[in-house]
Design a binder for this molecule. Structure first.
Ligand code: QAP
Ligand code: CO
Length: 173
């Protein structure tokens, strides 16, 4: 299926995604198409709402130490629920739906979650490091939350100004 990345300030990014209950070929097609557009866009994580599908579906494909992504490492996470969270970590985050903007965001250091794979099979996962950060970022999307929503008032104002300017420049080009 042909997908496009939805970009801020599109209000669809504020929608809450609904649980997946049917694990069929349509879901496989969505997952495969999401993977293609994520890789084409140089992303390491993508939630379905970012391609205008309000379903509790997200992908994570972290690069290796040589900065190369391998499809064997792809995590397809459906209906995630965080069971435990601890610690604190800060990372300079970006988002395919907020192009060209990066900011330090505070997250839990470690999380334990349960989720389903594309066949509906249940898994649990203990995550730390970049994986933990990426999962929290993508789960926020399922709840209509963007990383820029976590900025202080003054940093958010600075962002809005820079972002508007970027959009204007992009339109001119
Ligand atoms: C979410 O983000 C994430 O601005 C995934 O011009 C964030 O893939 C995971 C991207 C932080 C872990 C840590 C952003 C590509 C990709 C841009 C992404 C851009 C091109 C962001
Ligand atoms: Co994002």
């Amino acid at each position: 299926m042909k997908l496009n990345i939805v970009e801020y300030p599109d209000r669809r990014l504020k929608e809450k995604s609904v649980e997946v209950s049917v694990f069929d070929d349509k879901l496989y097609d969505l997952l495969d198409s999401m993977y293609d557009i994520m890789i084409d866009s140089n992303g390491i994580g993508l939630a379905a709402i970012q391609v205008a599908h309000a379903k509790q579906v997200l992908l994570i494909n972290l690069p290796d130490e040589n900065d190369k992504q391998h499809k064997e490492d792809l995590l397809e996470i459906i209906n995630p629920v965080i069971l435990e969270q601890s610690g604190e970590t800060t990372y300079q985050e970006g988002c395919l739906s907020v192009p060209k903007f990066y900011e330090d965001i505070k997250r839990y250091e470690k999380i334990k979650l349960k989720y389903q794979d594309r066949d509906g099979k249940e898994h649990t996962l203990d995550a730390d490091g970049l994986l933990s950060i990426a999962i929290q970022h993508e789960i926020d999307h399922l709840n209509g939350i963007l990383f820029i929503d976590k900025l202080s008032y003054s940093r958010r104002k600075k962002f809005e100004k820079e972002y508007k300017k970027m959009l204007k420049e992009r339109k001119k080009a």
